[in-house]
Design a binder for this molecule. Structure first.
Ligand SMILES: Nc1ncnc2c1ncn2[C@@H]1O[C@H](COP(=O)(O)OP(=O)(O)O)[C@@H](O)[C@H]1O
Ligand SMILES: [Mg+2]
Length: 324
């Protein structure tokens, strides 16, 4: 396997007045070059913190992030910015929040090019920005428009153009379509997929919207309170999920043409904040099948079928019948 990214035992803890918040707690996963890993889970489970830690927007508490075999989590931030910043980019949910309202579209797309390619002349910067606008489907007539004059889809195209302008090969897409109208969501997803194919991009696609994730991902990791509790190929995700949490998360979503034969399980209780978590299964207090062992021992993520792993003491009980 050709892994562009290997995340090993990655932890990101935040110190809070109430204790150590384990936002990302021992996450291990690989991302194959040119493929997409979908990261799913409820709000607050650590998806954005994981993405930002890969990007060095947060410093990891411990663990490694190998990019082409080099640990980029442990190196000095200066070295990272100098040698790796342009390779690893992020697209955010709300591009509006990250776009300077006083800059027009052309200036916004030019900005990262100008900052990162000091050797470019002004004409070269503009030329590259115009290429990027065309690449993401922003008409040249929009060059002098301002973000507030554009709809959400076009604003997200600016965010994508900015991310791509440095020719990255890995992009963390953090809920890139969640703030958009459904009709525009499909356009942006198609754009991202076309760009991936044309440029061989590797994506981490973060979403809490399960209807989006299967479509766009090759592999999926389900997170719960800072941990990956299930990993599998995307095609397994609706029919053959194993962990009771994944099953509950998925059964709550009405998706046409997907027959979930299992009984629908309703998630009771809230996602608690992962402050100083106990050594036990973090889902135990909400899990209808929890037994004493679940409250006493932390389950490890273990492979149950080729390419399919779950962290549940009783996972064997939950493997859907009749599947290979
Ligand atoms: N900068 C921060 N300082 C303290 N706690 C944070 C910070 N960022 C995120 N958290 C906490 O970390 C947990 C995970 O948050 P986040 O990664 O944003 O989740 P998600 O993206 O899955 O909604 C939450 O409990 C959140 O409150
Ligand atoms: Mg988030």
């Amino acid at each position: 396997m050709d892994h562009l990214i290997e995340v090993k035992n990655l932890k990101k803890y935040f110190s809070t007045p109430r204790g150590e918040l384990h936002a990302v707690d021992n996450v291990t996963l690989n991302i194959e070059r040119g493929k997409t890993i979908g990261i799913v889970g409820e709000s607050g489970c650590g998806k954005s913190t994981l993405g930002k830690t890969l990007m060095r927007l947060h410093d990891a508490t411990s663990g490694e992030v190998l990019y082409n075999g080099t640990d980029i989590a442990g190196m000095p931030i200066k070295e990272f910015k100098k040698n790796y910043r342009s390779n690893i980019q992020m697209i955010f949910q709300d591009p509006y929040a990250s776009l300077d309202p006083r800059m027009n579209v052309l200036q916004l797309v030019e900005e990262p090019i100008r900052v990162n390619h000091k050797e470019f002349s002004k004409t070269e910067v503009t030329k590259k920005a115009q290429e990027m606008m065309e690449l993401v489907g922003l008409a040249a007539r929009l060059e002098s428009s301002y973000p507030h004059e554009l709809d959400g889809g076009r604003r997200q195209r600016i965010g994508i153009a900015r991310a791509l302008s440095l020719d990255p090969d890995f992009i963390v897409c953090d809920e890139p379509v969640s703030a958009l109208d459904v009709s525009i969501q499909a356009q942006i997803l198609n754009l991202l997929q076309d760009l991936q194919e044309e440029r061989g991009l590797t994506f981490m696609f973060i979403t809490h919207d399960m209807s989006v994730v299967k479509h766009i991902s090759d592999d999926i990791a389900v997170m719960y309170l800072g941990q990956v509790i299930e990993k599998c190929p995307a095609k397994e995700i609706f029919k053959n999920t194993i962990h009771p949490y994944s099953q509950a998360l998925l059964s709550a979503i009405p998706i046409p043409n997907v027959h979930i034969s299992k009984q629908r399980m309703v998630l009771k209780g809230e996602l608690t904040s992962p402050i100083d978590p106990k050594k036990c299964c973090r889902f135990a207090e909400r899990c209808p099948y929890a037994e004493d062992k679940c409250r006493a021992e932390e389950p490890v993520l273990r492979e149950l079928k080729p390419g399919h792993a779950a962290a549940c003491h009783y996972a064997e009980k939950f493997i859907p019948q009749g599947t290979p």
